[in-house]
Design a protein around this ligand. Structure first.
Ligand SMILES: Nc1ncnc2c1ncn2[C@@H]1O[C@H](COP(=O)(O)OP(=O)(O)OP(=O)(O)O)[C@@H](O)[C@H]1O
Ligand SMILES: [Mg+2]
Length: 312
């Protein structure tokens, strides 16, 4: 009898729809690899289901909070069921952009300069008035983003003072903390990394080209709104980008698979964030990178399977 495995997708994060698409692709790849696949959109019955089913492992295809932040991972640790991707600690480290940028800075890994404040600072202590100080240090444009969200949701590029308060309030719709970052005009790179934290393997670096002002939600998911290509990098540039991606992956303590988002400008690669459950949708940089490395989508999933079976 074939092994029974569970794909967790959906969830309640803003990236639910994307997760359902990622999950569907992963589930059909697992079926083609010979597994008996069940799919779950986790809710109150999740623990009960896992206990009944005792899957050989759970493939987590949930983006954002719930699945990418260590929540499901906590439960699967308790139930002693193996799962794909980073463990609880690494997941939590990467989901919070502000906290992870602090880690990057401590290790002298380049990340755009930023500040951060929470909702209380804004509603109770006049954080809206910090704009002068922020632009004095970071300049215009500024990028305002929720600390813990993905798919560019809640992100605004602010070009002038009158856009600031609206951008901050918009980001607070997604999280209680905002990150305000210097806008880096550069090449947008996505670097998929596989394997254990101590010995990561970098897939071909993908460059994202779009007519949108940045890699917006539309550019992420609408076919044709962004063009992906293998980045044409000089030797030194490539080494720097690989080192940054590997450095971020190792620092976070990731395992199996993650995607490191980088903007490359004349000062070098600047790390925006690490996604521990990168999107698996057709338009995404991770399937593209796998393909460029000569791995079909099923092989990418088989790689995850190999790791979850041998290393847990
Ligand atoms: N400091 C910055 N300078 C220039 N562009 C930026 C900056 N921060 C974010 N962006 C743009 O916004 C996009 C999304 O930003 P980021 O990766 O930080 O957030 P996210 O919503 O978690 O992304 P993802 O879709 O990868 O989950 C980037 O891919 C980039 O196009
Ligand atoms: Mg990103």
């Amino acid at each position: 009898m074939s092994d029974r495995v569970l794909v967790a997708n959906g969830g309640r994060s803003m990236e639910r729809e994307i997760s359902l698409r990622s999950g569907r692709r992963a589930a059909s790849a697992l079926e083609e690899l010979g597994f008996a696949v069940e799919t779950v959109d986790p809710d109150q019955r999740f623990v009960h289901l896992v206990t009944e089913l005792r899957p050989a492992f759970v493939l987590i295809a949930m983006h954002g909070r719930g699945g990418e932040d260590g929540t499901l991972q906590d439960l699967l640790e308790i139930l002693d069921v193996p799962y794909t991707g980073s463990d609880v600690h690494a997941s939590a480290r990467c989901l919070d952009k502000h906290a992870f940028k602090e880690m990057l800075r401590a290790e002298s890994l380049m990340t755009p300069p930023w500040h951060s404040f929470n909702r209380e600072a804004f509603t109770e202590f006049g954080a809206g008035e910090t704009l002068g100080a922020l632009t004095g240090q970071l300049g215009f444009p500024l990028v305002v983003k929720p600390a813990r969200e993905g798919s560019s949701l809640g992100i605004k590029v602010v070009h002038s003072s009158d856009e600031f308060a609206t951008a901050v309030l918009g980001a607070f719709n997604y999280d209680d903390r905002v990150v305000i970052e210097r806008f880096i005009a550069g090449r947008e790179l996505a670097v998929t990394v596989l394997g254990p934290a101590e010995d990561p393997r970098v897939l071909p670096v993908v460059e994202i080209l779009t007519d949108e002002p940045y890699y917006t939600f539309t550019a992420h998911y609408e076919t044709g709104a962004a063009t992906l290509k293998v980045a044409d990098l000089g030797k030194e540039e490539r080494e720097q980008v690989h080192a940054a991606a590997r450095g971020a992956y190792t620092l976070a303590g990731c395992r199996d698979l993650a995607r490191v988002d980088i903007i490359l400008d004349s000062s070098g690669p600047q790390i925006l964030e690490v996604n521990t459950v990168p999107g698996l949708v057709e338009t995404g940089p991770t399937p593209f990178a796998a393909d460029a490395a000569g791995m079909e989508f099923n092989q990418l999933i088989a790689e995850l399977v190999k790791r979850v079976r041998s290393e847990r």
